[in-house]
Design a binder for this molecule. Structure first.
Ligand code: COA
Length: 279
């Protein structure tokens, strides 16, 4: 399919298999760069999947050789800039909007980085809770190579995930790193050969599907929130976050304790309790 034929609704594809939603950037002929159309469609897809009972984990990956080649230099930058400030702000809001939605998504999320990942792609990469890359993937803050700073949150992502020297080198040099280096630097959790990537991500997703979903959402939010807090504020926040989670799922917590202390049917240090035994 050529780009001229690709409709807005075809810029993102997804399937749901055994509790896992496999969501794909779907503009392979444009290396999955993010156009305003793709950004709007991604928000629709996230909206559709977030509270679906069929979905326990969301995986974000790319069709073809790219995960995402970042923002679309033609449709996101040149064409919106030609329409003036209002169009620029609207496009930014559409892009940043779905990344924010993903950062605080109800379900656990995994970035499965199968290939190129550039610039603006760091927004959704960071928005996913976990990230797994192919050894063959290439990551780059290429902005400096075409004359801008890494905006759209990319500089913030680099400084959140990398140490200062690596963030600075990465942003200033415009050199790419492969999946292995990305894992060594902390940009992703792990890197495996491309032909093992889906298998590894499925394995991780299946572990997450076993966990108590209320506890998972509370945990992933807590990790992002406490990073910006003092120790004392974090301590207080965590007490309140747990108490709020209890009001939705105290039975799960009690069942977890019961199966360990009374039934002796599992050990929390070695795996999750059987959540099928409570409503
Ligand atoms: N914006 C707009 N178009 C893009 C794009 C982007 N970010 N990335 C790729 N494309 C388009 C190319 O213009 C080309 O379009 P065409 O077929 O109409 O000529 C098509 O996608 C294929 O790209 P091509 O460069 O031929 O693919 P490649 O596999 O040889 O190289 C990349 C892949 C990712 C290395 C290269 O496309 C690239 O450098 N893209 C820009 C990456 C970037 O700097 N992104 C940061 C944006 S913030």
């Amino acid at each position: 399919m050529t780009e001229a034929e690709r409709k807005e609704e075809d810029t993102v594809a997804y399937t749901i298999e055994n509790g896992i939603a496999w969501v794909k950037f779907n503009r392979p002929e444009k290396r999955n760069c993010m156009s305003p159309k793709l950004n709007r469609q991604m928000m629709r897809v996230l909206d559709e999947l977030e509270f679906s009972d069929e979905v326990g984990v969301l995986v974000l990956t790319g069709e073809g050789s790219a995960w995402s080649a970042g923002m679309d230099l033609k449709e996101y930058f040149r064409e919106t800039e030609a329409q003036g400030l209002g169009a620029v702000r609207k496009s930014q809001s559409e892009a940043y909007g779905w990344w924010r939605r993903l950062r605080w998504y109800q379900k656990p999320t995994i970035a499965m980085v199968n290939g190129w990942c550039f610039g603006g792609g760091y927004g959704p990469l960071h928005a996913c809770d976990l990230a797994f890359a192919a050894d063959e993937a290439q990551f780059g803050l290429s902005e400096i190579n075409w004359g801008i700073l890494p905006g759209g949150g990319a500089t913030k992502v680099a400084t959140n995930l990398l140490n200062m020297r690596n963030a600075m080198y990465h942003a200033m040099m415009g050199e790419n790193i492969d999946g292995k280096k990305a894992a060594e630097w902390g940009l992703v959790n792990e890197s495996v050969p491309l032909d093992k990537l889906k298998g590894r991500v499925t394995e991780v997703a299946n572990v997450l599907l076993e966990k108590n979903p209320v506890a998972l959402k509370a945990t992933k939010d807590a990790v992002r929130r406490v990073m910006e807090m003092t120790y004392d504020n974090a301590e207080d926040f965590l007490i309140r976050a747990q108490e709020a989670a209890n009001s939705f799922d105290n039975d799960g917590r009690k069942e977890g304790i019961r199966q360990f202390i009374d039934d002796k049917s599992y050990k929390p240090g070695l795996g999750a309790y059987d959540k099928s035994k409570h409503s």
